[in-house]
Ligand binder design. Structure first.
Ligand SMILES: [Zn+2]
Length: 384
């Protein structure tokens, strides 16, 4: 390196074979700065991804940002991290929807479990809901661990420090494995702390449904169902049940595993379609922005979807007003729907919909009294 520091090979994935299939040939598929982190920030760090030439699994190619990221950037919201989800008019806490899904997949075997450990339990919202007698959790964030301590026996450690002598009836993690450096190591820990009859449930983003998951800086692995099932089998598990997408949680999957060696299924090359879908969405918006410079452009949404577009398109150099009822109180450049309508900000304008397409029709209804307003969705590239 030019600054005289030794190159730290551990920080690079470059010399490590594919965690899924073991092949060593990769092609670089993304290199961008700034990037978007999973806690909803645009960060001044370079995101770089590579695709395994043999099985197609996408992973981060350079993880040297991790120390800097967790020390200086990452802001895990420990206070208000159990938002209300709305699905078909029904309101539900995020934690409740997760539990409903897990219960559906595991069935009544959950009733036989006397102990549960949640790896990466955050503030403990979900762990608290399990009707299992002895609740344990590990959580690397000191602040979150402190919160969770109110509802379970919590240790402020990473999964690596769990002793292999410990055994649990139910081993659970949700959206943790994609953050680990070595997913095989994570699965091995799950294997060692399981009894033969233990239920292991792992939730993670899955690439079989449309999402921009590959554009998250701190998600280091992006598996399809087949790639993840293969990874689990390789580590001595049988996948007993799984499902991708439940209610409004369309981009993740839950997998129910049991410690039981099975014959490895064959792994074939599988393209990460999300990678290419996301690129199309980025291109859509950039082209739209270029073609409509004379229009009054306003954006709807200041959540995850919005940050994706703010990070990876020209949006922020063109649009300076966002509409979002939740963020209107706390962010300077964000206003509420009511304010946007009353102050004529959206009249004779283009409103760019930066929210899950699932909600687009619902959102359009809010603005039905506004004259001359057109809507644009970068997901479908449609004007309406
Ligand atoms: Zn591979």
């Amino acid at each position: 390196m030019s600054n005289g520091e030794p190159t730290n090979l551990i920080d690079k994935n470059m010399n490590i074979p594919c965690y899924v299939c073991g092949a060593s040939s990769f092609s670089e598929v993304l290199d961008n700065n700034p990037s978007m982190s999973s806690d909803g920030q645009i960060v001044d760090l370079t995101i770089s991804k590579q695709e395994c030439s043999n099985c197609g699994t996408v992973r981060s190619s350079d993880i040297s940002f991790l120390n800097d990221f967790y020390k200086n950037y990452y802001k895990l919201n420990v206070v208000n991290n159990d938002p209300v989800y709305i699905f078909q008019g029904e309101k539900m806490l995020k934690s409740e929807m997760h539990l409903e899904w897990i219960t559906k997949l595991v069935g009544n075997r959950i009733e036989d479990c006397k102990s549960i450990i949640e790896i990466g339990c955050g503030s403990g919202n979900l762990l608290n809901l399990f009707e299992i007698k002895d609740k344990y959790g590990v959580e690397p964030s000191e602040k979150a661990a402190k919160y969770a301590s109110a509802i379970a026996k919590i240790r402020n450690i990473g999964y690596e420090e769990i002793s292999e002598k410990e055994k649990y009836d139910f081993i659970f993690s949700s959206c943790v494995i994609e953050h680990t450096i070595d997913p095989n190591d994570f699965l091995q820990k799950n294997w060692h702390i399981a009894n033969d009859n233990s239920i292991i449930v792992i939730g993670l983003p899955i690439q079989d449904t449309e999402s921009f998951d590959v554009y998250f800086l701190d998600h280091l692995h992006h598996f399809t169902v087949n790639q993840f099932v293969y990874l689990c089998q390789k580590n001595g598990f049988t996948v007993e049940n799984y499902e991708v997408g439940y209610k409004c949680m369309t981009t993740m999957g839950y997998f129910v595993l049991r410690k039981n060696a099975t014959t490895l299924s064959e792994i074939k090359y599988e393209k990460n379609h999300n990678f290419y879908a996301s690129n199309v969405w980025i291109e859509n918006l950039n082209t739209f922005l270029k073609q409509n410079t004379s229009e009054n452009l306003v954006a709807f949404g200041y959540g995850e979807t919005s940050f994706f577009y703010q990070s990876y398109t020209q949006l922020n150099s063109v649009v300076n007003c966002f509409i979002d009822d939740v963020k209107a109180k706390s962010e300077e450049n964000v206003i509420s729907v009511e304010e946007a309508i009353n102050k004529n900000i959206v009249k004779d304008s283009f409103l760019i919909l930066l929210a899950n397409p699932h909600y687009h029709e619902f959102l359009k209804e809010k603005f039905k009294t506004v004259s001359g307003l057109k809507f644009y969705s970068p997901f479908s590239n449609k004007i309406s």
